[in-house]
Ligand binder design. Structure first.
Ligand code: ZN
Length: 103
């Protein structure tokens, strides 16, 4: 219905014979406004989903943190030389530096 009106309006505005066209822009605008007024309100359209899926994001973040913790548990490394050490170590057996890492 509105589409037909719009088509007629466009054909009117683009008529081969200039005399058949809208004589003024104001008249063209007035007809366009009538078509727009007949269109369904944009407020009734469902809102676009622009926000990220927060629960999914949080889940991914927790998984990443958990993986980091697992890696920290499996390997203790000397902050100075990077030597892999047992978790019970207080000193690096490679360079001798103290492992006073705050827990
Ligand atoms: Zn070391």
């Amino acid at each position: 219905m509105q589409l037909n009106q719009l088509n007629q309006l466009i054909h009117h505005a683009m008529a081969m014979n200039p005399g058949s066209r809208y004589p003024t822009v104001a008249e063209f605008a007035a007809d366009l406004k009538k078509v727009i007024a007949a269109l369904p309100s944009p407020a009734s359209a469902p809102p676009a989903i622009l926000q990220p899926d927060l629960p999914q994001l949080d889940e991914a973040l927790q998984a990443a943190k958990e993986q980091q913790r697992a890696e920290a548990r499996s390997a203790l490394r000397c902050p100075r030389c990077g030597w892999e050490l047992p978790h019970s170590a207080r000193f690096c057996s490679h360079c001798g530096s103290s492992l006073s890492v705050p827990n």
